[in-house]
Design a protein around this ligand. Sequence first.
Ligand SMILES: [Zn+2]
Length: 298
Amino acid sequence: MDGILGIDFGGTSLKSCLATGSQLKLYDAIPTPKDMAALRKSLMEVSKLANDDLHTSVAGVGIGLPGLVGQDGEALFLPHLKDFSSLNFVQLVEDIVGAPARLDNDANCAGVAELREIGACASGYEVVIGIGTGLGAAIFGPGGIARGFSGFSGEVGHICIERNGRSCECGRRGCWEQYCSGGSIRSELDSAGWVDINIEEVFREMDVNPDFKSLVEEFCFHLGLGIANLVAILDLERVVLTGGLARSLEAVLPKVRRYYLELVEGAGARRETEIRVGSLFEFAGAIGATYLWNLVDG
Ligand SMILES: [Zn+2]
């Protein structure tokens, strides 16, 4: 049976999985490689895992990258992986894995995977927001993903929400993801001396630790704010939250909804936009990358 290897390059960790027919095997996340030697080694490792499981070579590879990707398999601008910003990932992966590869933005991959899992909303107007180290989105309309003029739609993490705000890896300041991502929470924890606390603990312990409570509150405000902005632009029926951080968000959805309703234009005149958590979390991108090949059963 044909096997498709899905690889999602997150800002912090690389997730991979193998799809064979309707079967899916998730591999342990590994740290995202930061230089070419580490990248080649990581690709050889995941390729070996998949080939060993299949007892043959993979038939195709799907790749998700955090940033702007070109039509010919090349990365064009990767804020979190600057050393790879002009690399042709498709060519590299094909050389190392020995199978044809396809490439898309990681949030688009994650969005497609989540909607395959939970079904599209009735009108089709929805956004899947992936929150991990950074923040990105897949924007859907009745015809499927709205890709935009150059194929770069959904880079919502880099909408500027604060003039002269926190500096961002994209080279500008005040981007939404600097206030609403795992990376933003991590840097606030680190600068407050909480280097050994993981983000799940922060959400779990917010009711007993006032520092964590204010951190989570600020995160929820900025998530509600961003969703209100997206709804004002796109008039969404639904917003789905995915990515590694989404695991922690179920408990704070009422807060996020409250901020959203305070901040959206004409809340009382609008039909209610559903805000929900997806079901694939940190593996949504890798699973969605396998769907770049139409060889697997949905
Ligand atoms: Zn930015």
